[in-house]
Design a binder for this molecule. Structure first.
Ligand code: SAM
Length: 541
């Protein structure tokens, strides 16, 4: 196989050409995937995918002397681009490698929808092998060894999925703050950790510090935290980092809880101050200013982003932030950033892409809207919200919890038999699934969905399903392989939307993906930040 590597330097990134190229590739890729998902291998027969693999783009974060913007390494694999990949002989139904339908693994014979050569390659792989070979996440010190020759189609899908997805590895070492104690960040003082889970401790510290730097760089006078929930981020930014913070949250109960936690923290800090006056900084403490309000992209700026009462008249410069602002809320943030003259900067981490309105939530950029096949189905967007790295860790540990998907899929066969019209009913919260025999799980599941738990069960069939546990896991792993691609497409579309309006934007991986899988922050400013962008992702000493 011969390959060519062209290094494209994207100084400043003002033109957005690099992003557009990436998006085109991604869109083609997802288009292809959707084609596969909807049409099925059988009808596809010979598929020319050369175009999709023509340019495999790698985002390469130049370290050290990196200038503003980034370098994009374009790996043009000539051999692959010329290849017409031949799909397997007809197998009937379509390939449905997206997670929500995993419950139908047995009822819809999903394993049989994979090309035979894929089945051969994946069958018999245990969970750690799946993590290593399919997801490309080997265990510590593990040497990667394939036990058979994988079909080119599967290798191509895997390589393309890796190559096109945005880099999710932050610049810092795996959360050093939890080395001493896995539940307490060593970089937050005890009062700031109280009531806050380790994942959230990591997130509020990392995003809070980024917001502080961005606020200083852009001369902002206040931060608006939208979708602030219980206010953990707002509290850290105001009482921990000294920022002036307005917190907007639609759920009144969460706002009341946030205000209660503010008071608790203030008291704890005052006590600490009295006990230790030389160590603790004495200064005027300002809690976040909480507002109960549902934010809408059409809400008028003046209504939403009024400067706090004590802001100097006419001089307010706002930084808009949102930590896991779900679905359309992230879109609202982007729209307010671009429409409100007072908003100078944005730092937004999104989540729950399946909640994006259609149309309205995606695509946002004109560029993506003109691409053929840009659409992302609900299933693909839902799949993009999974935790790839965390699942790979679970695969490496090969714990009994992995059997849940298989049990659930087996339950679906019993439900379908008992009540054919009942499809994929919710069966949440069966405790300690991994300790149950499959028939015990099925009985509890039947009860959960309102069916008779004493229904006679075909134990032999259930055992046969259980024997396919690794196939279910392999199928789910295939679906997860695509998750970062879809997320990348959604986020690159947002970058392009901002660039089309002449703003400056970057996507930075700021959270450890194992701790917090939605870990990319979209940072945007109205004025150029130049090299200062790179300061934002660095870890404070
Ligand atoms: C995933 S939670 C994140 C909460 C918080 N930022 C955190 O990280 O702990 C999203 C929050 O946004 C709020 N929210 C969602 N849509 C909203 C909207 N349109 N306006 C205001 N709040 C919204 C929800 O009530 C929820 O508390």
């Amino acid at each position: 196989m011969c390959s060519e590597c062209i290094l494209v330097s994207e100084e400043g990134g003002e033109s957005g050409t690099g992003f557009r190229e990436e998006v085109t590739q991604l869109s083609r890729m997802t288009h292809w995937l959707q084609l596969v998902l909807s049409v099925g291998w059988g009808q596809m027969g010979m598929i020319v995918v050369g175009g999709f693999f023509l340019k495999t783009l790698f985002l390469e974060r130049g370290k050290g002397e990196r200038k503003r913007g980034r370098q994009i390494s374009v790996d043009c694999n000539i051999s692959v681009c010329r290849t017409t990949l031949t799909m397997e002989p007809p197998v009937g139904s379509s390939l449905l490698i997206t997670s929500p339908l995993l419950q139908e693994f047995f009822t819809d014979s999903l394993w049989g929808t994979l090309p035979c050569s894929w089945q051969e390659a994946l069958d018999g792989l245990n969970p750690p092998q799946l993590a290593t070979l399919l997801l490309g996440m080997p265990g510590d010190g593990e040497v990667v060894r394939y036990r058979s020759v994988w079909p080119l189609t599967l290798l191509a899908l895997k390589s393309t999925a890796y190559a096109l997805a945005f880099n999710r590895t932050p610049g810092f070492q795996t959360p050093s703050e939890f080395l001493e104690n896995p539940s307490q960040s060593s970089r937050l003082t005890a009062p700031f950790r109280k009531h806050v889970r380790p994942k959230k401790q990591h997130e509020i510290r990392r995003l809070g510090e980024l917001v502080k730097k961005l606020s200083d760089l852009t001369g902002c006078t206040q931060v608006v935290d939208v979708g602030s929930g219980q206010g953990h981020l707002s509290r850290f930014m105001s009482l921990g980092l000294g920022l002036k913070v307005k917190s907007i949250e639609g759920d009144q109960r969460l706002v009341e809880r946030a205000q209660h936690l503010d008071q608790e923290l203030l008291q704890a800090l005052e006590k600490e101050e009295k006990r230790n006056p030389q160590v603790v900084q004495i200064g005027s403490r300002r809690s976040p200013h909480h507002v109960v309000q549902w934010v809408d992209p059409r809400t008028r700026c003046e209504e939403l982003l009024l400067p706090l009462e004590d802001s100097p008249q006419g001089g307010a410069r706002l930084l808009l932030t949102g930590l896991h602002a779900c679905g359309d809320l992230s879109v609202a943030l982007l729209r307010h950033f671009s429409c409100c003259p007072e908003v100078e900067a944005l730092a937004s981490v999104g989540c729950c892409y399946m909640k994006l309105s259609d149309p309205g939530g995606y695509p946002l950029s004109q560029w993506v809207a003109t691409l053929p096949g840009y659409e992302l189905s609900y299933r693909l967007r839902e799949g993009a919200c999974h935790a790839l790295e965390e699942y790979a860790q679970r695969l490496q540990k090969a714990g009994p919890g992995l059997r849940t998907h298989c049990y659930r899929a087996a339950l679906e066969t019993v439900i379908r038999h008992a009540q054919p019209k009942l499809r994929r009913p919710g069966v949440q919260g069966i405790p300690r699934v991994h300790e149950l025999k499959i028939e015990e799980y099925v009985q509890r599941g039947l009860q959960r969905v309102g069916l008779d738990p004493q229904l006679p069960l075909n134990l032999a069939a259930l055992r046969a399903h259980q024997a396919q546990e690794n196939r279910v896991v392999a199928f789910f792993s295939l679906a997860l392989l695509l998750a970062p691609l879809v997320e990348t497409l959604i986020l690159l579309d947002r970058l392009l939307y901002l660039q089309e309006q002449g703003f400056h934007s970057e996507l930075l991986p700021i959270f450890s993906p194992e701790l917090s899988p939605r870990n990319l922050v979209l940072v945007a400013t109205k004025g150029p930040l130049g090299q200062a962008f790179s300061v934002l992702e660095s870890e404070d000493s």
